[in-house]
Design a protein around this ligand. Sequence first.
Ligand SMILES: Nc1ncnc2c1ncn2[C@@H]1O[C@H](COP(=O)(O)OS(=O)(=O)O)[C@@H](OP(=O)(O)O)[C@H]1O
Ligand SMILES: Nc1ncnc2c1ncn2[C@@H]1O[C@H](COP(=O)(O)OP(=O)(O)O)[C@@H](O)[C@H]1O
Length: 197
Amino acid sequence: MNTNITWHHTTVTKEDRRRLNGHSSAVLWFTGLSGSGKSTLANAVDRGLHDLGNRSYVLDGDNIRHGLNQGLGFSPEDRKENIRRIGEVSKLFVDSGQFALTAFISPYREDRDNVRALLDKGEFIEIYVKCSLDECERRDPKGLYGKARRGEIPEFTGISSPYEEPANPELTIPTDEWTIEESVQRVIDFLRQNGHV
Ligand SMILES: Nc1ncnc2c1ncn2[C@@H]1O[C@H](COP(=O)(O)OS(=O)(=O)O)[C@@H](OP(=O)(O)O)[C@H]1O
Ligand SMILES: Nc1ncnc2c1ncn2[C@@H]1O[C@H](COP(=O)(O)OP(=O)(O)O)[C@@H](O)[C@H]1O
């Protein structure tokens, strides 16, 4: 722990940036099994928000693990560190007056709650992308479930590593029941109803 550092308050505040943008800022935290539809939905909501004139950006597990979080694996400790870093990055986006849309499995409730605790009330919108394991395995968009079942990927979420469902998410989107369009509309409606956009 470095004790010789002091927090420097910014001259332009989060509120200044929100005023300029004409909307609030928040984290839309998509969580769910691999193949549940996190990336698909985050990108579709991003497109919807963008087309409505809002500033937003998607942080996606696969992509972030190629760069910022290169070197982290899938042990509980590495997943925790992965989510901790993304929580901090998301907070920077919120401070910059934008919407961060994150698409990480984030299987541990405690890790997600730690991110919630980093942010002010109403800024963390937990979206449970709910889809049965059977349906995720049927979709298997990257062929990973097949590999996991053959024992080629250790600690695979849902197969050999746990997923803890959100206890009290702001939104639950059942992607094995709703279309992508319905799901996007539901998220945008939530943001409107809560004065975000
Ligand atoms: N062991 C294991 N378990 C789960 N997922 C695995 C694993 N190995 C690789 N992958 C691929 O990595 C993506 C998940 O990365 P995340 O950063 O979202 O995971 S986590 O939040 O730290 O649990 C995940 O992407 P999504 O399918 O988009 O969820 C997989 O493509
Ligand atoms: N209603 C739906 N919502 C989201 N994705 C869906 C839906 N129906 C089918 N899919 C498909 O499921 C797959 C989900 O993959 P992806 O978005 O990469 O999931 P994740 O990011 O959770 O791993 C995609 O191929 C997507 O087209």
